[in-house]
Design a protein. Sequence first.
Length: 314
Amino acid sequence: MAIPVPADRVRDRVRALYGFSRGTQATLSVAQPLIGALIAVDGPALDRLAVALVAAFAGYFALFAANDLLDARLDRRRFAHLRPYERFDIDSAGVRHPLAQGRLSYRAGVTWVVTLSLLALVLAARLHWLCAALFVTAALLQVGYCLLATVTPHKFWLTGLSVGLGGCAGWFAVAPPEDGVDWPRLLLFFCWLAAWEIGGRNLVNDWADVEEDVHLGVRTVPLVRGPRAAGRLVYVFLVFTFVAGVVLMIAGWSSFRAIGVVGTLLAGGWALLMPGLALRRDPRPETALTVFNRASLYPVLVLVVLLLAAARPE
């Protein structure tokens, strides 16, 4: 039996921590507050954007890991009924649920979450006290979501609120409320992110895991209401997200011009509407996983559109 060398142990620990924080999904999520910052003001200060970027990475890696930390007991039971992964799943990068598998100790998990949370909180407070308050509120909503796993299928509202508030932290990082806030546009931005999270990630991710959740007593919309009702609900949220995204670009026409509108139309059509229609025609977990994977890329695509718009020659 080969003795693991230090490099192997380090690599295994990195993969475990990356999977614990669902590193790919956490990294993609950083786009959300950055979009908020770019919509809030034209040409936000680069130093504030840099701090917001580090805070966002720390915050999202902490929140996704905290979700696994709180669900560790449930996830241990999940592995008794784990379905084989035959298709790519963004959430499966790294080690899936390493705490539940024993690949990471509970103490190491707590240390990881606390360290990243403190870093995110300190940096958020440096930007504005409201950013720190929004981070804490988003975290508490995620805790509530986890505690309601086996209680109600309507807990998806909590994760929608959490994601929406996280994006708003990016807005206030560069546009403090005392400087004046475009509240209607901020509310639209919040609703856009919340709807995307519910229809593009939460409900369809639950749908993809329905074969496991049925053994665990987890109450989700696809499991409780059935695939047809869940498909209609998902599509409503996806269409709202698509429309709200385009309206956001139209409202910011002076900043984003045609690049913003056309780019968001194309991004939403590919990442939201096309897979959403496919799910309505074929309401199976495999199709829901396709929606989840594509929709997870949507904020990143919108961020790229905004950066292209900002870089256009005057």
